[in-house]
Design a binder for this molecule. Sequence first.
Ligand SMILES: NC(=O)c1ccc[n+]([C@@H]2O[C@H](COP(=O)([O-])OP(=O)(O)OC[C@H]3O[C@@H](n4cnc5c(N)ncnc54)[C@H](O)[C@@H]3O)[C@@H](O)[C@H]2O)c1
Length: 254
Amino acid sequence: MDLKGKKALIFGVANQKSIAYSIAKKLKEHGVELGFTYAGEQLQRRVEPLSEELGGAFCVKCDVTDDADIEKTFKTVSEKFGHIDILVHAVAYAPADDLKGRFVDTSREGFKTAMEISVFSLVNLAKHAEPFMSEGSTIITMTYYGSEKVVKNYNVMGVAKAALESSVRYLANELGEKGIRVNAISAGPIKTLAASGISGFKTILACIEEKSPLRRNITGDDVANTSLYLCSELSSGVTGEVIYVDSGYNILGI
Ligand SMILES: NC(=O)c1ccc[n+]([C@@H]2O[C@H](COP(=O)([O-])OP(=O)(O)OC[C@H]3O[C@@H](n4cnc5c(N)ncnc54)[C@H](O)[C@@H]3O)[C@@H](O)[C@H]2O)c1
C-alpha cells in the first residue's frame, strides 16, 4: 500500500512496546511521514531515539492535560507539516489505586483523571487537528472490551473506554461532513507499560490464549495492520466504528 506523502501525528509512544510505536512503524513502512509527541520530560530520552529511528519530522512534548503543550504541538504541526492526514490517539491513564479493588471505591480524582486523559484528550485533539485536516483524513484511537463487559480490575478505565467509544461516534458524525473519518480499534491485551498498571493482567493474557478463537494473544503488529487499513483508502466508507483486533475473543458466549 502506498501512503507516500501522507503526514501522521502520533500520540502515545512511551517505548518500543507501545501500540503507538507499532502503528507508527507500520505507517512509516508504507511511506507515511511521522510527527511524534511524548507525555513528559522523563519520556523524552526514550521517545526521541524512536522518532529518529523512524525518521520523525519532529518530536515534541505534549501532555494532553496541558493547553500550552497542545498549542505548541499544533504550532509545530503548522510549521513542519502544514496539514495532517492521520492522527493516532493511543493515550490512556488512570491512577493505579483505581485499577484494582472495587469499582464502587473509585476516587473522584481518579475518575476525573481517567476521563480527562483517556477521553477528553481525543475530543480536544480532534478539535485542534480539524483545521489541518481535509477530505480523506482519519483519526484512530485505541479502546478495550472492558468498555462493554465487566473485566476484573479494569474498573474506571472501562467506563472511560465506553465514553471514548461514544466520543468516536459523535466526532465521526460531525467531522464526517468534511470527509474526516474517526474510528477506534478494540485491541486484545498486549503487555505494555499502560497494561502493567492493571492488576491481574497476566491472568487476562492466559485466558485469551486458552479461550479466544485464534488461541493466541495479539501483537502490536496485528493492531498496526488494522490501523493501516483504517488510515488508508481501503476503509474509505468506514467511520464511527469500533473494530476488534482481539483474536476473536469478543464473539464468545459462555
Ligand atoms: N495494552 C493493552 O492491552 C491495550 C488493550 C486495548 C487498548 N489499549 C489502549 O491502547 C492505548 C495505548 O496504550 P499502550 O498499551 O500502548 O500502553 P503505553 O503505556 O505504551 O501507552 C500509553 C501512552 O499514554 C501516554 N499518556 C499517559 N498520560 C498522558 C498524558 N497526560 N499526556 C500525553 N500522553 C499520555 C503515555 O505516555 C503512553 O505513551 C491506550 O489507550 C490503551 O488503553 C491497550
